[in-house]
Write a protein that binds this ligand. Structure first.
Ligand SMILES: *Cc1c(COP(=O)(O)O)cnc(C)c1O
Length: 486
């Protein structure tokens, strides 16, 4: 035996010992992290929702060093460089874009999943993890009104979930190089940009695209959709996919889902519904009434990291035909032959339903909060957000000078101030900037048909009546100030 070889191996083992902290070190580290997180949460209510100040970036200290560092120093660095700038997406006063939240039990779910590091990509490796995820897929299928044998996957977010649905649709409708250029996809003016990106990634960039106009409620015009499909059929083209929005980002408007479903069925199109923002409102009564028809989609996307308030990294795709989803993502590998058919009965490997092989055990971050807080807490929070939107809309309507966008279908309120003099778009850009300089709330904007709208996107579970009142106060105060200085 070569003594020097074993000596070297043992030396390296010792030199890498920091990778396996002992129980005392682990507990101390865990406590420090818990304290850090507690102080982050304690300061949430008094901290600004948006900090735009210039920050001095210390590149050198941010980079890893050769020798072990202390947890205290690492956490100080995070506090100084990460926690104190940009948008505070955990804040109840973040009303920009489609905000998140970061529910705490979910972080603990990640912790559990990461420590055990269960392999959830193939059922054989962790039947329990796969079973837990599949049971969640079934549960969410039930929430939407999809059948129990629906296919699905827990993804990193809505963009990947949309890609999975589109690829499943592509193969089910047999869109191939010889027919791509005469195959037609129908999108709305306000369809999320990740859908177009997914089409390009899926090799469908040269499909014909019809951008269907919106009506006065910012919903897809179903009449225009039907006309377009009929005209394309007449022209010998192949209409195959329609993308509906169940809550667009701009105004939260829900496309006319029953009408679109009816057209899709009549003309043989796959109906995909992007409900990344809105579909989870199916958990509350008002949401269910507004989202009627969603169950007729062939596939659907929802984002628990938006409307289930989880930390970022959680999307869901449901595909009614699991066979279609499987066909588009199945694979074979000699080195994985021994993993086949040895997991959970009647459950396909998640890796055969998505582009991912190895993936985080995402089920835990979704399952733990639902188990611990209970579903009814989520239902109530979602219903509360819908009512807060209604409240904000009514309040803004009472202030003279404000023009309101369409009455919110969900929890996005759009408004703009019409100044006595000057260009309204320009004024509202300045108004938005003024709210960002203030920083106690964070708002964003959109432009539809040339009109710039400021938005309240009420999605964070921590957003309550007081936060909306504060947002209304800040907006009306800044309007007065800007009107005076003009
Ligand atoms: C957020 C969103 C997406 C994209 O999802 P990510 O989770 O950000 O990848 C797609 N569509 C809609 C309607 C969204 O709100």
């Amino acid at each position: 035996m070569n003594k020097s070889l074993t000596d070297r191996i043992r030396t390296l083992q010792t030199a890498s010992a920091a990778l396996e902290p002992d129980s005392l070190v682990r507990r101390a580290a865990f406590e420090q992290v818990a304290r850090h997180s507690e102080s982050f949460l304690d300061e949430l209510a008094t901290r600004k929702a948006y900090i735009s100040e210039q920050h001095h970036w210390d590149w050198i200290n941010g980079q890893p060093g050769e020798e072990p560092g202390s947890m205290a120093a690492a956490l100080d660095w995070v506090k100084a460089n990460v926690d104190r700038n940009g948008i505070d997406t955990a804040s109840g006063r973040d009303l920009g874009y489609i905000p998140g939240g970061g529910q705490y039990f979910s972080a603990l779910g990640d912790y559990i999943a990461d420590v055990s590091n269960r392999y959830s990509g193939v059922a054989y490796a962790s039947p329990g993890a796969t079973y837990l995820e599949k049971s969640l897929i079934r549960w969410f299928a039930g929430v939407i009104g999809f059948p129990e044998d629906t296919g699905g996957d827990l993804t990193s977010g809505g963009s990947i979930a949309n890609l999975i649905a589109i690829v499943s649709a592509r193969d089910a409708k047999e869109i191939q190089p010889d027919n791509i250029s005469r195959s037609v996809v129908y999108l709305g003016v306000l369809t999320h940009h990740c859908v177009d990106k997914a089409l390009r990634i899926a090799g469908l960039g040269c499909c014909e695209k019809r951008i269907i106009p919106i009506d006065t409620f910012y919903r897809m015009d179903a009449g225009a959709l039907e006309k377009a499909i009929i005209a394309d059929r007449k022209a010998g083209l192949n209409p195959w996919l329609v993308i509906a929005s169940a809550g667009n980002v701009d105004a939260g408007a829900i496309d006319p889902l029953p009408e679109i479903a009816c057209l899709a069925q009549k003309h043989g199109l796959w109906m995909h519904t992007d409900g990344a923002y809105g579909a989870l409102f199916m958990l509350c009564e008002t949401g269910r009434a507004r989202l009627k028809g969603i169950e007729q989609s062939d596939s659907i996307v929802m984002d628990p990291h938006k409307t289930l308030f989880l930390p970022y990294g959680s999307g869901i795709v449901l595909v009614k035909s699991e066979a279609a989803q499987h066909r588009a993502h199945a694979y074979d590998a000699a080195y994985l032959a021994d993993t086949k058919n040895s997991g959970v009965e009647n459950v396909l490997d998640p890796s055969s339903l998505s582009p991912e092989l190895t993936r985080p055990f995402r089920g835990m971050r979704l399952w733990l909060p639902l188990k611990l807080a209970g579903v009814s807490a989520f239902r109530s929070a979602l219903e509360e957000k819908l009512l807060l939107a209604q409240y904000a809309y009514q309040k803004l309507a009472e202030v003279s000078g404000f023009e309101l966008g369409p009455k919110p279908d969900l929890s996005v309120v759009t408004f703009r101030y019409i100044p006595e003099y000057g260009d309204a778009n320009e004024f509202n850009i300045r108004l938005l900037d003024a709210t960002r300089d203030d920083g106690r709330i964070f708002l964003s904007s959109t432009t539809v048909n040339g009109k710039m709208w400021i938005r309240f996107a009420i999605v964070v579970f921590r957003t309550h009546l007081d936060d909306i009142d504060l947002a209304l106060d800040i907006v009306t105060h800044e309007v007065k100030r800007l009107e005076k200085t003009d």
